[in-house]
Design a protein around this ligand. Sequence first.
Ligand code: GLN
Length: 272
Amino acid sequence: MSSENLELIIGWLYPTLMSTYGDRGNVITIQRRAQWRGYNVQVVALDQNSTDADIQAVDIIVGGGAQDRQQEIVMRDLQGAKADAMRDKIENGTPGVFTCGSPQLLGKYYEPALGQRIEGLGILDLVSVHPGENTQRCIGNLVIEVTASRLAQELEDMTGSKPYLVGFENHGGRTKLGKVEALGRVVYGLGNNGEDGTEGAFYQNAIATYSHGPLLPKNPFVADWLIQTALRLKYQEHISLSPLDDSLALQARSAMLHRLKVSLPNPAIAKV
Ligand code: GLN
């Protein structure tokens, strides 16, 4: 099947409320990397004007960070049939990348610095608590090794090297994982809570992370994993992506790793 006949629909969660820290870069990265390979791409906002059918129709979901107040507004809207549609999509393996405030909402609950607990969708077995306005936020560069076993293997198959992600975190909430698998282990930075060395979560094909950066421009192989996973699920064919020139992203990663004095066993990133 030629790529011009194939289409990907990216669903972007509440773009005006949840894209606080440049997370829009994740949407653009998926869009452009798919278009460069000749796929048709549509980006649709999933927000207050959307229905559950709009959520059901997307192939990849991207959710960014938000401030506590915005998270509350989103959770008031994401109820009933819309909440069920999100649950369905993730349970059925729709790939997605969810950053910071978004995983807090996909978890069981988030307790903001001020005000009432915000109930989450309960899709991810995790809870997040902001210890209060006088507690230091977790801010800074972040490097993690992906340890979620299937994802780590699939990324390694795509790139030929162990997957490390470079990003930037900025959150007050601390997340504790229940039975859900961590996305990775912290190599540099604080991650889920600054205590247990875990970062993010991985469930079905949903990547949850505190890493802004934004994540995908700095780690383009993750964008390719999302695209490939979405295409395979949608078209039920073993679609593989053609390679792109990632030398600039590779240089940016090396510069950051060098600055942070993190040396990785094998920093190569792209062979897709
Ligand atoms: N409001 C949440 C927190 O401070 C999420 C922040 C974010 O999405 N960057 O933990």
